[in-house]
Write a protein that binds this ligand. Structure first.
Ligand SMILES: *Cc1c(COP(=O)(O)O)cnc(C)c1O
Length: 362
């Protein structure tokens, strides 16, 4: 069986370094917010190209705490997309705000920035662009609109570690930017983890307090915060793995090119590259008019393709009240998308096998 994603293969690829990292933490006697977390925060912030990194317990927490710290709260509206992991909307709802969904562009699946201004109301407080599948949203447009209307920008970079827009990494554009280290992400932990990055020193300090009960001095909360800490074990593992991220992203792009060539001429619509953006292929998502049949055909051929995501957020029971969402491209994408296996450890012959299996479908 060729899995659609395979975090175990990644562990096996770097097993010695990961084991050494774990043993180091076991022996240190310090398990929460210590040297390993500080070291990783610095290293990750430097990699992205920002001044501050604040490790937290998950990508969802990163978004929640970043939104709250940027002043988003009750009755505010936050403009984002429905075509995303539910976590994006969950974080907006968790701070008491309302997600307002705009549609996506059919070729790249990215937020259609031309729809943002019409969605702005007096209650709009922020925009959350999602760099879905590993490709950057047009950040020039997002920043122009945000400046013109006095909105905050919180980037959802959970699928785009290392992706760039006009030569700058995603995560350097927003007031705050959020990453997840869920095991299957381009940089994954062995458990949950996340980080908020920012260039704003005051915001960084608030985030640091916020992730631990609003403590400014230990045991004394100056505001009501969270308990959301990246632990030493995950931080040490992430430090061991971050050095491989660029090579891993290169390999993902290589697999994507192979799919592009191998699947040319089939009736699949292959993923478009946005201009000015370097894709890191967290997922390779194609479109098929006969998606469900194709999925079945692949599974019968031991190829684990998947759908990211099968139900758009505005159609999910918990978020349906985001009424009046007129999102035809989001809905059409939901019917047609299929994610093919892509991860650094996928071997050439496996990629070839996926291609042949798809070519045999007609
Ligand atoms: C994975 C993901 C998240 C949430 O991250 P967790 O670490 O699972 O909480 C948020 N947004 C997007 C787009 C994601 O893919």
């Amino acid at each position: 069986m060729i899995l659609c994603s395979n975090p175990k293969a990644q562990v096996d690829a770097h097993r010695k370094e990961i084991e050494a990292a774990i043993v180091g933490v076991l022996d240190s006697g310090w398990y929460i917010l210590g040297q390993e977390v500080s070291r990783f925060e610095e290293r990750f912030a430097a990699y992205i190209g920002v001044d501050h990194g604040i490790g937290v317990a998950s990508g969802t927490d990163a978004l929640t705490i970043a939104l709250a710290t940027c002043g988003v709260g009750l009755e505010d509206e936050v403009i984002t997309v429905s075509h995303t992991a539910v976590a994006t909307a969950a974080a907006i709802a968790l701070v008491g705000a309302k997600p307002i969904f705009v549609d996506i562009k059919p070729d790249t699946f990215l937020m259609d920035t031309s729809q943002i201004e019409a969605a702005i109301t007096p209650c709009t407080k922020a925009i959350v662009p999602v760099h879905i599948y590993g490709q950057a949203v047009e950040m020039d447009e997002i920043l122009r609109i945000a400046r013109a209307h006095g909105l905050r920008v919180v980037e959802d970079c959970a699928q785009a570690h290392g992706a760039t827009y006009r030569g700058r990494r995603v995560g350097t554009f927003g007031d705050a930017s959020c990453f997840s280290f869920y095991p299957t992400k381009n940089l994954g932990a062995i458990g949950d983890g996340g980080i908020v990055v920012t260039d704003d020193a005051d915001l960084a300090e608030q985030l640091r307090h916020g992730r631990e009960y609003g403590w400014v001095d230990r045991y004394v909360s100056h505001f009501r915060g969270w308990n959301s800490r990246l632990d030493e074990m995950q931080a040490a593992i992430l430090s061991a793995k971050i050095g491989h991220l660029d090579a891993d992203n290169d390999r993902r792009r290589g697999i994507a090119s192979y799919y592009d060539e191998g699947l040319a001429g089939t009736d699949l619509v292959l993923p478009a590259r946005a201009t000015e953006a370097e894709h890191v292929f967290h997922l390779y998502v194609a479109r098929s008019k006969r998606r469900d049949e194709l999925l079945q055909h692949l599974r019968e051929g031991e190829v684990g393709a998947a759908i990211h995501y099968p139900v758009p957020v505005h159609r999910q029971p918990a978020y349906r009240s985001s009424e009046a969402a007129d999102l035809p491209e989001t809905e059409r994408a939901t019917e047609e998308i299929i994610s093919l296996p892509v991860y650094p450890e996928l071997a050439d012959d496996q990629v070839e096998q996926v291609v042949c299996r798809i070519r045999a479908f007609s």
